[in-house]
Design a protein around this ligand. Structure first.
Ligand code: SF4
Length: 305
């Protein structure tokens, strides 16, 4: 770890850089905890550029936590398109309903209390606590892990415990929100896994990785392609996988009327050459989707819930 003087200089330089170069993102212009929650859930598995228009549209459609809680799941699943990972739509609505019923529509402020909401993981809890309520805690996503890992430990993929401790120790007092977002922006715009743009980076004078310390062979270059593409980029489902067909089913039901469609029709639409032999396979897919709250079956018909 750096000396306290060096750490202070690093913090100052990074925060100055952030003030001048931060990305223009709509969720950074609001203090509304609900809007920040929606952005964080959308960002979990989707690129920033794809999230921006959907985030704005979704908030127009469901402007408050209460409005989201009162909607039907089918409305929310429809409004989520085309982001994919539709379970997130069900999850964020379930959170809205829990908070509306149990806490008069007020999200808890502390990360630990947020993390107790069903469907809200520790990362999202920390992000909402920090960005919406000003809680002074680290928010460590993939980008922050890499950036802090490189600067302080000389490692692209530090062990979770090591980076958690480094993230706590590096937090500038009272500036957690800007600091965390600055690290995210450095990760997204400068500190790519392959060929980071160190010459432009405000952290360069203190960065162990850039100085050639730590990883001797810069193992970061051998990381997965998925991580190199975008801060929250996740590989799309490959054609023929269960996730691919689950997505197709939900997409088809989105376009169907509220009363749904016959199950046999779903099979024929989503899979070319669908036969009787595929019925158990389709049954299993539909059961999984029903368990996840994404479809409802009534007799032979299937619809959004
Ligand atoms: S100096 Fe280079 S390796 Fe270090 S944080 Fe900046 S971009 Fe990443």
């Amino acid at each position: 770890m750096l000396t306290s003087d060096s750490l202070g200089q690093l913090q100052e330089r990074v925060l100055e850089w952030y003030a001048a170069h931060q990305r223009d993102l709509p969720w950074r212009k609001t203090q509304d905890p609900y809007a920040i929650l929606v952005s964080e859930v959308m960002l979990q598995q989707t690129q920033v550029e794809r999230v921006i228009p959907k985030y704005l549209e979704f908030l127009q459609r469901f402007p408050t936590l209460e409005a989201l809680a009162e909607a039907t799941p089918a409305e929310v699943i429809r409004a989520w398109s085309p982001l994919g990972y539709n379970q997130r739509a069900v999850r964020v609505q379930a959170i809205a309903r829990q908070v509306t019923e149990d806490s008069h529509g007020r999200l808890p402020h502390e990360a630990a209390s947020l993390a107790r909401l069903k469907g809200l993981g520790p990362y999202t809890a920390a992000a909402v606590a920090c960005f919406a309520f000003g809680v002074q805690g680290p928010v460590v996503d993939t980008n922050v892990r890499r950036v802090l890992g490189r600067i302080l430990l000389g490692q692209t993929r530090p062990a979770p415990k090591a980076v958690a401790q480094a993230a706590r120790e590096a937090l500038p007092q009272g500036r957690a929100s800007e600091w965390n977002q600055a690290l995210m922006d450095i990760g997204a715009t400068l500190c790519a896994i392959n060929d980071p743009r160190c010459l432009l980076c405000p952290a360069r004078p203190w960065c162990r990785w850039a100085a050639g310390e730590g990883e001797t062979d810069h193992q970061g270059k051998a990381q997965t392609l998925a991580e190199t593409r975008a801060p929250y980029w996740v590989q799309p489902p490959f054609k023929g996988s269960s996730r691919y067909y689950r997505g197709r089913i939900v997409d088809y039901l989105r376009s169907a009327s509220a009363g749904g469609v016959p199950q046999a029709e779903v099979g024929a639409v989503i899979k070319e050459g669908f036969t009787q032999e595929d019925i158990p396979w389709l049954e299993a897919l539909l059961s999984g989707l029903e368990r996840d709250g994404l479809v409802r079956r009534e007799g032979e018909r299937v619809r959004l819930p």
